[in-house]
Design a protein around this ligand. Structure first.
Ligand code: FES
Length: 137
């Protein structure tokens, strides 16, 4: 194995966490939205990114009333520059998905500002999710 093929542990790509819990991505609750197409688009972008973008799904992240919810996690470089996980609500239509893809292609949190229309959809992180889903006794 050459040294060039070893990827340091500390290099993490910008990651889009796509909520697919009880409400987000639910075709019975939001039948006019092609949720599968949305996830396919994001996964295709990740596959074409050369490792600069990762996509994963999650169970309910908390703010179901703002479905579909996605969290954009900064890359290692973005985090070093002060970027933090950014929550996006009402991420339903193609325009929003376009904005998310444009933002992560530009570097995501810590590296680039979100598109102005996407900035209107930022939501506050849920307390339980911020603490890793643990609840206090
Ligand atoms: S199902 Fe997405 S926030 Fe609850």
């Amino acid at each position: 194995m050459s040294a060039a093929s070893i990827r340091p542990y500390c290099v993490r790509p910008c990651t889009v966490v796509v909520c697919r819990g009880c409400c987000c991505g639910n075709v019975r609750k939001y039948p006019a939205i092609d949720h599968r197409w949305q996830l396919d688009r994001l996964c295709a972008a990740a596959a074409d990114s050369g490792g600069r973008l990762a996509v994963r799904t999650s169970d309910c992240l908390g703010p179901c009333g703002q479905a579909n919810v996605m969290v954009i996690q900064p890359s290692s470089d973005g985090r070093r520059r002060g970027g933090r996980s950014t929550w996006i609500g009402w991420a339903m239509d193609d325009a929003c998905t376009d904005d998310i893809l444009a933002w992560v292609a530009a570097g995501g949190p810590g590296i680039a500002e979100p598109p102005a229309t996407l900035a209107l959809q930022l939501v506050r992180p849920q307390r339980a999710a911020r603490s890793g889903g643990r609840r206090r006794a």
